[in-house]
Structure formats: structure tokens, C-alpha cells
Write a protein that binds this ligand. Structure first.
Ligand code: GLC
Length: 667
């Protein structure tokens, strides 16, 4: 059951499309502390809190403060409180499980037992919000009801399940050709190459640098002949430059965000001085969305939306404040505190909260200061694109994922998990974030495999890919200036080919699982605790995941580890994919096991009575033979089965019952 409670007068977010009638009477579970703009819930010692989507730390969120404040922060460390998304949904799993969604576009904090270990305190920056309380049989049922409430998750085209190679720093079409050539020559699977800001003309959205990427439509076609899709980035900030049509048009129509005095708000981002289209204004959103046509018309079929928290490097106003301050310090003997203050001045220029109070949106005829709706910007940008795709290419599935998001955006696109680092701890964070994101509707997701910032190592990339082959978005992406990270930069080519090759063999299964999760509002990745609630041990297992109803994953995420301890809540069949192409199967009893997993092998576990379909080898999705599948099964009581979803990967009749067949293996 879902109940909706209204406090004040919320600025509409459109996270929920069909709102249930408003409920009267006291809020169940949560104590209302209006004077503190907060809600309080007392947790049992054993109670677990799941959800909050994209954030730091574990699957069980207890013991920390999380903030819903879309932030461009590349340091995804444990001491942080917010990442790029604002996902205000959690489930309290205690004696009587219930879910809470706080629909609120401003800044919200969730103190989950940080100040006081038994108190969960939710505090909003103002008192205009709606609270949904969801009760159900168990956590999975509550999540499903929530997902139904917020609407069906975005569905990408089949090719978006292939492997993608990306790097900030492919400066020309020839750089991109080289990436394509290397993968094809070495027989390493590849479906897409991402174009970072380097493809643009001086970082201007909806332009292509004609010197470095000449005859772009021909280039797109040339890559397409290789079955490689080019996926360009689009940034939130539009360069301020006379004669640049996006800027000129936006100015003429008044579509950019403005300051109190009615003049345009200018912030510095990649292109230098830039303006933010008012994505919350319906007309401006349509206008910005229509600009994607510039690339669609040149054969592009997928995009990633970036810098849409929105990210601000600095503004003139903040810069002059800082300059003034620095002048004050000149020639003075700085004591320790003043020195630290001085040091913080320059770093504090970026994404300064003061700047978010300086500009306004025109939403449904109302002028709203940005900080009150901060968390809707990335959502609205991706919505601009998603709505435009529906208008411009209604028959087609277009790939779209964003960096920033709010619940509701999951209907228009996926997300990638932002600027992580080539750290082992970030591989673990990637694993842990998958179920939390699925709970909030984000199914098409994955992290920058190998790590975005800092230098990767061959073993980290191998281990990360061995997990990444299971995530819907499987993309290797790295930052300019870091060690090159395409798999062919390393020695163990055979190993990489094998791991990525396995992704292609798994696509019929992964795609089917994705589609079922999307059309049924279910989670593709779950913590073990969701499926084995009676097993007390699994409550602590945060480094193994269930994938669909069939697979359990236990990735290796530590350097120099030869393998790992795995906990099996029931007997399962361990399947080992060796580099030489052989496949080994062994039934392991329930309990603890140490499993050796060499660097270039992939191991997963199949649950009893289940089977997983596998395709033959392919180096792109186009080549996958969906008609001739083999099955790996764990037959129990004479049978193993699988409910297989199959469509052509491009049509949109998702609910056609003919897409489902049951595959049965009997012995
Ligand atoms: C941002 C993005 C990153 C991209 C870079 C340059 O940091 O998150 O993925 O490579 O900008 O565009």
C-alpha cells in the first residue's frame, strides 16, 4: 500500500506521474518535527536501511549522513555525503519493513544513525514536500510498488549492451579509428566508442570540430560499417559566444537561466563563459532538446549528458570576491587559520553554494531560485533529450545516460556513476551501488571501468571488467592525463579478449534480465538479504550480488588476491570460464568457501533449478546469434528453467507477451 502525505506546497518534480490521493491523519512510522523541518524514525538495533541510490558507503546505509544534493565531486571517498544524484528513497528493513520516498527538489539530508545510532533523521531545507510511505510483504515487494509509482525505467537499444571504449582525449577521427582498428584486429568485442568534449569545436554543444573530425556524417557511417556506434557527450553549459547559433537563439528567446536583475547568469565551465538553458522551463527544454537533432541527423544514435548538476568551475562574482580577499592577504603574515582560509579560497570557487542562489528558473510560469530546485537540473536536461527523441525519432530507441539525476529521470535515461578513480575501493563501491540504484529505478547504469581519474593497473582493469561484464552499461572510460587504459595497452590481451568475449556470450541473458526488470518494475541486481531474509549471515554480505533469479556474483575487488571467500546461502553450481575457453562446473554446498579466481578467469554461481542461456562468440551485438543458444544449468528435482525475454532489441512493443518463452532443461 502507498500513502501520500503533503507538507506545505511542494514545487512539482514529476518524479511521480499518477499520484495517489493525498492521505490525511498522522504520518506512520515517522515523527514529524516541523520546527526542525525534519522527520525522525527510531531504528531497532538490527534494522537495516537500504536505498538512497547513488551515494558513498555500503548497501546498508546505517551509520553515516547522506545528502541529496547533486554534486560534481570526483572524490568519491567515504568521508563524502553526496554524489551526482539525489535519490530520496529508502526501505527500512526491521520487524515491519516499510519504504519512504521524500519528493522534494531541494537539499535533503538523511542522518542514518550518525548523530545517534538508533535515530534516522531526515531534514529538508524548507518545508514544502511530499512523503510517500509504502508498506508491503517484504523489501522486494515494497521496491516494486515504488517502482510502479515512479514509472517504467528507460530502455536502451540492444547495441548499448555491447562493450564501449571511451577516453577524454581522443582528439581526432584518426584517434577514434585507431581504437576501432585495434579492437577489431585483436578480436576484442566492441560496440561503441564515446566522443568526449574533444569532438566539439571549442567545447560548444551541438558542434563538431571540422578540422579534427572532418566529414562527420561519413565518419559516423564508416564506423557503423564496423558495427561501432559513436556516442557524443553533451554538456549543460552553452558557450557564450557571438555568432554561435545555440547561444544566439537561446538569448533571443530568453531561454537561459537569469539572475535576480533579469540578466543572464554566466558561469565558467569547459567552454569558458557559459550559460545554462533553463531546462525546467518547458519551452526552453523543448528548444534545447531539438538541438540533439543536429547530431541525430548526422547518424548519431546515442548520447551522454554531462556537467548537469550543474557543475560550475567559477563565476565572475565569486572570482572577484576571491581576488579582493587575496589582495587583503598580500604582504601580511598569515597565521595558520588564515592560511588555510586563503588556501580554500580558490578550491571553493567551484560549485559554490552561493552561486546556486544567484540564478532563477521560470517553471510553470513561476520564478524559482535555483537552490530550491537544484536536484532537478540534470533530470530536466535528460528529459529535454528524451522528450525530443520521442518527437524526432519516435520509432527508435536512442541511447541516453546522464551524470546528474533525480528519481523520475530514470524514465528518460540511465546514469553512469561519475568520475570515480582507478582505486580498488571504487570497484567495490560500483558493486554496492548497483542494487541501491536499481531500487530507485536506475537500471541502465555502470561505472567507468578501470577508473576515471588516477592511473589504472592491468590487474585492476581485469578485475573490474570481470564485474563490469554484468552491468548493463559496460564502458571503459578514463580522464585526460591518466595512464592509457584501452585493454590493448596491456600485456594480457588474451585475458581481456576472453573476459569481454564472455560479455557478448552473456548478452542474450543480460538483455533478457534487463527487459524483465524494466517491464515488471523489478531489480536486476539485489543484495543477498533481499532473497534470503531468513539467513542471518547474508545480512552482512555486501560484496556479493544476485543478478536476476539465476546468478550470484562474487567479484574479486582486492589487489593481489588469488581468489576470495564466498558465502552460499544454499547449494549452488559454480561455473568457471577459463581463459583457454574451457568451462568448469562444480556444485558447492551451502556455507563458506574459499574460491580461487585467477586474474583472467570469470566465476559465477547458478541457483538451483535455474539456467542461463549463452550465445556463441561475437565481437559486436550485431554478430550475436540469438537463435543458437547453449544453456548452463543447475538441474534440481529433474529440471531447470529460465523465463527468457527476447525481442529484436530495437522495437518498442515491450509488453508483447510473445517476447517471453520458458526454456526448460530436464534430466
Ligand atoms: C566530466 C565527466 C567525464 C568527462 C570530463 C570531460 O568530468 O564526468 O566523464 O570525461 O568531464 O568531458
Amino acid at each position: 500500500m502507498i500513502r501520500r502525505y503533503v507538507f506545505g506546497n511542494m514545487i512539482e518534480t514529476e518524479a511521480v506521474l499518477n499520484k495517489p490521493e493525498k492521505s490525511e491523519g498522522p504520518l506512520p512510522y515517522l515523527e514529524v518535527r516541523e520546527e526542525k523541518k525534519s522527520f525522525l524514525y527510531r531504528m531497532d538495533p538490527e534494522e537495516r536501511i537500504y536505498g538512497l541510490g547513488e551515494n558513498v558507503r555500503g548497501i546498508n546505509k546505517r551509520g553515516w549522513i547522506y545528502e541529496s544534493k547533486c554534486s560534481d565531486d570526483p572524490e568519491h571517498r567515504e568521508d563524502k555525503h553526496a554524489l551526482y544524484g539525489a535519490h530520496n528513497f529508502f526501505v527500512a528493513d526491521g520487524k515491519e519493513p516499510f519504504g519512504v520516498f521524500i519528493d522534494y527538489p531541494g537539499i535533503l539530508t538523511f542522518d542514518v544513525g550518525y548523530e545517534k545510532s538508533d535515530e534516522l533523521r531526515i531534514t529538508a531545507s524548507d518545508w514544502n514536500l511530499e512523503v510517500y510511505i509504502i508498506t508491503g510483504e517484504n523489501v522486494k515487494d515494497i521496491v516494486k510498488q515504488f517502482r510502479r509509482l515512479i514509472g517504467r525505467s528507460y530502455i536502451p537499444p540492444l547495441w548499448a549492451f555491447g562493450y564501449g571504449q571511451s577516453r577524454w582525449g581522443y582528439k581526432s577521427a584518426d584517434d577514434v579509428r585507431e581504437v576501432a582498428r585495434k579492437h577489431r584486429e585483436l578480436g576484442i568485442g566492441l560496440d561503441s566508442i564515446y566522443l568526449d568534449i574533444d569532438y566539439m569545436e571549442r567545447f560548444k554543444d551541438f558542434t563538431v570540430n571540422e578540422e579534427t573530425f572532418p566529414d562527420f556524417p561519413d565518419f559516423v557511417k564508416e564506423m557503423e560499417e564496423e558495427h561501432i556506434h559513436l556516442v557524443p557527450i553533451i554538456d549543460a553549459g552553452v558557450k557564450k559566444e557571438e555568432g554561435y547559433p545555440v547561444y544566439e537563439e537561446g538569448m533571443e528567446k530568453g531561454y537561459f537561466c537569469k539572475k535576480e536583475d533579469g540578466t543572464e547568469f554566466v558561469a565558467a565551465v569547459w567552454p569558458g563563459k557559459a550559460l545554462f538553458p533553463d531546462m525546467l522551463n518547458e519551452e526552453a527544454r523543448q528548444w534545447f532538446g531539438n538541438w540533439y537533432r543536429f547530431l541525430l541527423d548526422q547518424g548519431i544514435e546515442g548520447f551522454w549528458n554531462d556537467m548537469n548538476e550543474p557543475s560550475i568551475f567559477y563565476t565572475e562574482d565569486r572570482l572577484s570576491d576571491v581576488m579582493e580577499k587575496i589582495k587583503e592577504y598580500q604582504g601580511k603574515n598569515l597565521d595558520l587559520n588564515t592560511f588555510f582560509e586563503f588556501q580554500g579560497l580558490v578550491t571553493g570557487l567551484s560549485n559554490n553554494t552561493k552561486d546556486y542562489k544567484y540564478f532563477y528558473h521560470e517553471k510553470d510560469g513561476e520564478k524559482i531560485r535555483h537552490d530550491r530546485v537544484h536536484n532537478l537540473f540534470g533530470f530536466a536536461m535528460t528529459r529535454a533529450a528524451g522528450e525530443a527523441f520521442e518527437r524526432l525519432e519516435p520509432e527508435k530507441r536512442i541511447l541516453m545516460f546522464s551524470r546528474s539525476s533525480y528519481i523520475g529521470m530514470h524514465r528518460y535515461g540511465g546514469i553512469w556513476q561519475g568520475d570515480n578513480m582507478s582505486w580498488w575501493s571504487h570497484l567495490l563501491l560500483n558493486i554496492r551501488m548497483m542494487p541501491s540504484l536499481n531500487m530507485c529505478g536506475f537500471l541502465y547504469t555502470g561505472a567507468d571501468l578501470g577508473g576515471f581519474g588516477a592511473d589504472t593497473t592491468e590487474d585492476l582493469l581485469l578485475r573490474w571488467l570481470a564485474f563490469g561484464i554484468f552491468t548493463p552499461l559496460m564502458r571503459n572510460h578514463s580522464a585526460m592525463g591518466t595512464r592509457r587504459q584501452e585493454v590493448y595497452q596491456f600485456d594480457r590481451i588474451e585475458g581481456f579478449r576472453h573476459i569481454i568475449g564472455l560479455r557478448y556470450r552473456l548478452i542474450p541473458y543480460l538483455y533478457s534480465e534487463y527487459m524483465k526488470a524494466a517491464v515488471r518494475d523489478e531489480m536486476m541486481f539485489r543484495p543477498l538479504a533481499f532473497d534470503y531474509p531468513e539467513d542471518r549471515y547474508v545480512l552482512d554480505v555486501e560484496d556479493q550480488l544476485l543478478l536476476g533469479e539465476e546468478i550470484m556474483l562474487a567479484p574479486v575487488y582486492e589487489q593481489n588476491a588469488r581468489g576470495r571467500y564466498v558465502y552460499l546461502p544454499e547449494a549452488m553450481k559454480m561455473v568457471r570460464f577459463c581463459q583457454d575457453g574451457t568451462q568448469k562446473e562444480e556444485i558447492l554446498a551451502a556455507g563458506h568457501h574459499y574460491v580461487e579466481i585467477p586474474l583472467t578467469e570469470v566465476v559465477f554461481f547458478i541457483r538451483p533449478g535455474r539456467l542461463v542461456p549463452l550465445a556463441g562468440p561475437a565481437v559486436c551485438t550485431q554478430e550475436i546469434d540469438f537463435e543458437n543458444l547453449t544453456y548452463i544449468s543447475y538441474v534440481e528435482k529433474g529440471e531447470a528453467l529460465y523465463e527468457y525475454y527476447r525481442d529484436d532489441g530495437y522495437e518498442k512493443d515491450y509488453d508483447n507477451p510473445d517476447h517471453i518463452t520458458v526454456i526448460r532443461v530436464q534430466k
